[in-house]
Design a protein around this ligand. Structure first.
Ligand code: HEM
Length: 326
């Protein structure tokens, strides 16, 4: 956690924790019925203690768990008040090149230096949830050489650091009841590695907008406006707006599966959605991200991550305050 985060109250979840070697991403849907909802509410108060219990066993393991809730799940579980900018995942793009929305009520982003810690915490969290949820997606991610994505380029370089992490990812005065919360968008991508590997390194570099070996940004004179870097660099009122990414490679070589689990945190969904629009629709329209010629998004979800303090409080929220949106 950065010092800037420490000065904030309430305490955020572990969004600013350093990038780890291993991660598990789980997307769950709520089982129907009020029993399931009350089970999940109670479980919100157990997450921190379970994370402490498992994490204590490997002091250098950096175990953390971040928990977020989708828009309709928020209404069903906690009712009002609700986070101001929380809404269902917005789809972008055209058939064949689309950021699709897939079911998801709860997101778990479990990180540690070693997979056994992630695995054990996921096991404990799922045991505590019992049949109150259905697991709709589960991905084990690993760190790949030199922090590279599975397509061979270093990933995460332009992430904010230090105080900027909190500035770019944590809700502030704009929504005081949800201060120190965050919005997180996830997408599971599968890559066409044969086609990608058939490109020359120079052609790949023009797709990403950076050099492959040294990870240096291409000069503006040679960097295409459709490069991934160009389309995901955004500004508001003349200032660059960043998001915090902790993407992880995953896959099954024997099955020909090569993937990137994209995860981006921001203090509002807006910048992440603008990046998606630029990538999938193009800027201007049609000038889309050529990385998408080699990558298909097979899932998509938007979640709100309450502060750690609010997460504990939600466990005690009176069920009658919760309401299902029609
Ligand atoms: C297909 C999956 C993706 C892969 C393999 C990928 C990979 C990369 C790589 C290699 C870089 C350059 C190094 C860096 O600064 O991290 C990068 C930059 C970046 N990516 Fe992605 N990315 C993917 C999807 C996305 C998505 C969906 C978004 C946003 C919605 C996004 C946002 C960004 C941003 C903001 C940067 C930094 C741009 C800059 O400031 O230069 N990426 N990505």
């Amino acid at each position: 956690m950065t010092s800037a985060m420490d000065t904030r109250t309430p305490e955020p979840q572990a969004i600013g924790n350093p990038i780890t070697r291993s991660a598990i991403f789980m997307v769950l849907t709520l089982a129907p019925g009020s029993d399931a909802a009350s089970q999940v509410r109670g479980w919100c108060g157990d997450i921190a203690a379970l994370t402490r219990s498992v994490g204590k066993r490997v002091p250098d393991g950096n175990l953390s768990c971040i928990c977020g809730f989708g828009s309709s799940a928020w209404d069903a579980l906690f009712g009002n008040p609700r986070p101001a900018a929380l809404h269902p995942f917005r789809e972008f793009g055209v058939a064949g090149r689309q950021a699709i929305s897939t079911p998801g009520d709860i997101l778990l982003h479990i990180r540690a230096e070693q997979m056994d810690l992630c695995f054990e915490l996921a096991t404990q969290l799922m045991a505590a949830l019992g049949d109150a949820v259905v697991v709709v997606d589960e991905v084990q991610g690993f760190r790949y050489f030199d922090m590279r994505s599975i397509i061979g380029f270093v990933d995460g370089t332009e992430n904010p650091v230090g105080r900027k992490i909190g500035d770019f990812t944590l809700v502030g005065d704009e929504d005081q009841a949800f201060a120190a919360g965050s919005y997180v968008l996830v997408q599971k991508y599968l890559h066409k590695m044969d086609a990608w590997n058939a490109l020359t390194v120079e052609a790949q570099e023009r797709v990403i907008g950076r050099t492959k070996l040294a990870d240096i940004e291409l000069d503006d004179a040679v960097k295409p406006s459709c490069s991934h870097s160009s389309l995901t660099t955004i500004t508001k009122d003349g200032k660059e707006v960043k998001i915090l990414r902790d993407n992880m490679p995953f896959g099954k070589p024997g099955a020909g599966e090569f993937g990137t689990y994209f995860i981006g945190y921001a203090r509002s969904p807006e910048p992440i959605e603008l990046m998606l629009e630029n990538m999938f629709v193009g800027k201007p329209v049609g000038n889309y991200d050529r990385l998408l010629d080699f990558s298909t998004a097979v899932t998509g979800g938007l979640f709100f991550v309450p502060s750690a303090d609010l997460l504990e409080e939600l466990a005690d929220r009176e069920p009658e305050q919760a309401s299902v949106t029609p």
